[in-house]
Design a protein around this ligand. Structure first.
Ligand SMILES: *Cc1c(COP(=O)(O)O)cnc(C)c1O
Length: 840
């Protein structure tokens, strides 16, 4: 009998190369092998589209016959060569930055959405993490993923005949997942320990291969663990606060221990959301042990090597823990860090001394990472407001939170037809390293070709949706499953709408006036059809009501051919939808959608977006590429919902439908096709993880690696130095006070002279600056200008005159002097947020 995990030596010789091919999840996006997998077992392929499972289940006889099939072997050889070439290609990273000294990045995430073969994700955060790894592979980055292997992934959704959502939790059987145990140096299964009260938790290490990128996963389901502990990694986002805390300890602390156990050289830890923030502490702890420094010095030495990406526009969504729960697990960890438990707890609070304040993973991440970024321009702004309390007295615009707008891994979302069209127009390597607009090559694609692409993809979607609906109805035990063959029409305007059914996304907006929607759908000359999908969180009663409202609407006899609700929104369904729809609708309440990525997935396939001006769409939209809902103001409540629903119907009726059906004598809607071309050429390259990962490399990973390299040199000398500097500043900051100020009008601005007494602080530990807020009326940006020290104040001890000239046409009262910490190696206010503003 063969073992579960296919092994090369157990296959007939000529089939041995299959093992490397099917264990590399590259097959989730490179479809070159699809026909080969299908040939192995057409029935299994139709159900799973998963070559790993297909190979596991092939009987001996079938393997023998494939081993003698010359055509099969030839196809296998060409796939193996293509994979070898892919892995050997130097890639964008080594060409552009190979000598920049970045040895390794470890990317930490609670979820990874790579495909249905490895269901370790719930939604957008996981899909983004999966796309990040895939692009890192394409670009040749030295990166590893670190996550958890859950025994149950997120729930599967089915609807009963009345439209009620039921949740099913299939078991993630590791014997059928494309993962393998990691072997330790002693030949045994590698595990890492976590010390919990009264016991040691063993986390077993697994590895999945994503092209060139290894994804390491930890799980606690080890028979050597206490029974209760085996369930720690039982369920993604399952259980209560305690289980969540233990999962985050496993991911952060366990994750760093795994990196050490594997002896990986990691310069940069990237935290995909604050869930993984404990990694920064464990990284510092390891540094302490190695270099004989204390926790604060170790944090100064390692902090710039940590990059924190925040994903939510509401502070309430951050994970928080109350003091008692935290203390239960943090007490002896604090001991290992050599600090009182209170000091550890303070890292996760705004007011460190307030034991009533919850411990917030995002605050911990902000305090222990060198950079923080949101995931769209608008979300960067919103996040500066959220993180403001950590930098009290600093202007909003200087809160150190930037943004890197999300993207999608284009090869994972394009259809085979779209792939062929782009390859013809722009070449094979268009998503590798370049992200400039592709207007010139796309201009050369004629209208008929683009319109034909839409038609093929739409027809394919209609076909697949009918098949899915058939399965849905049959499973539910409906008497009449034949109706599935009558829904939808490959020639009418097809709108897609799929998302988490949660209040802020307003999944019911289009359904506010069901009669008006029905009229739109059933227009005899210009009909419309809608495909809807989405899960509601098991505890979200309102979200479930929205699901049911759509499901029941779709059952109405007068619209049932025009509306279908597809159960169980997942990556596979998302792929079908984004390839086939003409218009993708997204209606979040602004600014609640941090970025949103589903709309980006239609770009490559020539789908158009109609969305609230929120998240990525707020920076992508222009009239030539799609439609915008609402305006730039926040959406607060009922009034805005009513207004936006009206605007949505009006846009659809007056613009979208009209443009789609306005055909010339050749049958082509020219204005529509022009929009498709603009959207594809301008937006598809920009809103890709190909662009996003390059931005992370250039704006975050490379500077982080450089800086952490400087700080850890000489056993962390710079870290010790910075700790001494910051301790002195904190200790003596209150002694700083102002003397006289003189402001003189000069030809093109102001001459400022200010006296400052520094107490015991050396003058080169601080800077004296002039600051002005941005002035929107004049269109003037914020001003931050250092003054020069210009001698001592006569007769004073450690008092100095500072002087400078500001070139401006703004009035003098716009400019306020301030004292801030200064050190050539420190980031202010990111790493030290002291500031003293001028007072008379
Ligand atoms: C892309 C994707 C998401 C994220 O979409 P948003 O627009 O960010 O809501 C969620 N779930 C699945 C299955 C996806 O493919």
């Amino acid at each position: 009998m063969r073992r579960y995990r296919p092994r090369a030596e157990e296959l007939p010789g000529p089939l041995a190369p299959l093992v490397d091919l099917i264990t590399d999840l590259r097959w989730t996006w490179s479809h070159a092998g699809d026909r080969l997998w299908e040939a192995m077992d057409p029935d299994s392929w139709a159900v799973t589209e998963n070559p790993y499972v297909i190979l596991q289940n092939l009987p001996r006889g079938r393997l023998e016959s494939l081993a003698g099939d010359a055509r099969f072997l030839e196809h296998l050889r060409s796939l193996t060569e293509a994979r070898d070439a892919y892995c050997a290609r130097p890639g964008w990273f080594s060409a552009q930055h190979g000598d920049a000294g970045l040895r390794g990045v470890a990317y930490f995430s609670m979820e990874f959405g790579l495909g249905e073969a490895l269901p370790l994700y719930a939604g957008g955060l996981g899909v983004l993490a999966g796309d990040h790894l895939k692009s890192a592979s394409d670009l040749g980055l030295p990166l590893v993923g670190v996550g958890l292997l859950y025994q149950e992934g997120y729930f599967h959704q089915v609807l009963d005949a009345d439209g009620r959502q039921l949740e099913l939790y299939p078991y993630n059987d590791t014997t059928t997942l494309p993962v393998e145990p990691v072997e330790g140096p002693d030949g045994a299964w590698l595990w890492v320990p976590i010390h919990l009260p009264g016991r040691t938790l063993r986390l077993r290490a697994w590895k999945a291969q994503v092209g060139r990128i290894p994804l390491y996963l930890l799980d606690s389901n080890d028979p050597l663990n206490m029974p209760a502990d085996r369930g720690i990694t039982g369920k993604l986002y399952g259980g209560g606060a305690e289980q969540r805390l233990l999962q985050e300890i496993a991911l952060g602390i366990g994750g760093w221990r795994l990196i050490e156990a594997l002896a990986l050289e990691v310069d940069v830890c990237h935290l995909n959301e604050g869930h993984a923030a404990f990694v920064t502490l464990e990284r510092a702890r390891a540094f302490m042990e190695r270099h004989g420094v204390d926790l604060r010095e170790a944090l100064w030495a390692t902090r710039p090597g940590n990059v924190f990406t925040t994903h939510t526009p509401v502070a309430a969504a951050f994970d928080t823990y109350d003091y008692e729960l935290l203390d239960k697990y943090a007490r002896h960890y604090a001991e290992r860090l050599g600090v009182p438990a209170g000091e550890l707890a303070a890292l996760g609070r705004i007011d460190g001394d307030d034991d009533g304040e919850l411990f917030n993973m995002a605050w911990l991440a902000a305090r222990t990472c060198g950079s923080i970024n949101g995931v769209s321009r608008l979300h960067g702004e919103v996040s500066r407001a959220i993180f403001q309390p950590l930098y009290p007295d600093w202007p909003r615009s200087e809160v150190p939170v930037g943004h890197v707008t999300n993207g999608v891994h284009v090869p994972s979302w394009d259809s085979a037809w779209a792939d062929a069209l782009w390859t013809e127009a722009c070449g094979k390597d268009r998503w590798l390293g370049h992200h400039e607009p592709l207007e010139e090559p796309m201009a050369a694609v004629d209208d008929a070709t683009l319109w034909d692409l839409r038609g093929r993809q739409r027809a394919d979607l209609v076909h697949r949706a009918r098949r899915r609906l058939h399965r849905q109805l049959a499973q539910r035990g409906e008497a009449d499953v034949a109706v599935a063959g009558e829904v939808l029409d490959p020639n009418i305007l097809t709108i897609g709408f799929a998302r988490r059914f949660t209040d802020y996304k307003r999944p019911n907006l289009l359904l506010r006036d069901p009669e008006r929607l029905a009229r739109l759908l059933n227009d005899p000359d210009r009909p419309v059809q809608v495909i809807v999908a989405g899960k509601a969180h098991p505890e979200d009663a309102l979200g479930k009501r929205y699901v049911r409202a759509w499901a029941r609407f779709a059952q109405q006899p007068e619209v049932r051919r025009r509306v279908v609700f597809m159960e169980d929104y997942d990556i596979a369904l998302a792929q079908e939808l984004v390839q086939g729809v003409d218009v993708w609708i997204n209606t979040p309440r602004r600014p609640w959608e941090a970025s949103g990525t589903s709309g980006m997935k239609v770009l490559v396939n020539g789908g158009l977006n109609l969305s609230s001006l929120d998240g990525w769409w707020a920076e992508a939209w222009e009239p030539e590429v799609g439609w915008a809902l609402g305006d730039n103001r926040p959406d607060v409540g009922e009034e805005e919902d009513a207004r936006d629903a009206e605007a949505l119907y009006r846009l659809l009726e007056a613009e979208v439908v009209t443009a789609f059906y306005d055909r010339d004598e050749a049958g082509i809607p020219r204005a529509w096709v022009a929009r498709m071309r603009a959207s594809m050429a301008r937006l598809a390259p920009r809103f890709s993880t190909n662009r996003m990962v390059q931005e992370y490399v250039e704006r975050h990973y490379l500077p982080a690696a450089r800086e952490v390299g400087r700080r850890r040199a000489d056993n962390g000398a710079a870290g010790r130095n910075l700790q001494a500097w910051s301790a002195a500043l904190r200790h003596d900051w209150d002694e700083i006070h102002w003397g006289q100020r003189r402001v003189t009008h000069v030809e093109d601005g102001w001459e400022m002279e200010i006296q400052v007494y520094l107490g015991d602080l050396p003058p080169d530990a601080v800077a004296v600056e002039i600051y002005a807020d941005p002035d929107p009326e004049r269109g003037a940006p914020a001003v931050r200008q250092a003054l020069e020290r210009d001698g001592e104040i006569p007769g004073a001890s450690n008092g100095y005159r500072y002087r400078g000239r500001i070139l401006t046409d703004r009035p003098a009262e716009h400019f306020t002097p301030r004292v801030v910490p200064w050190h050539p190696d420190a980031r202010v206010p990111a790493e030290l947020g002291l500031v003293l503003w001028w007072r008379e």
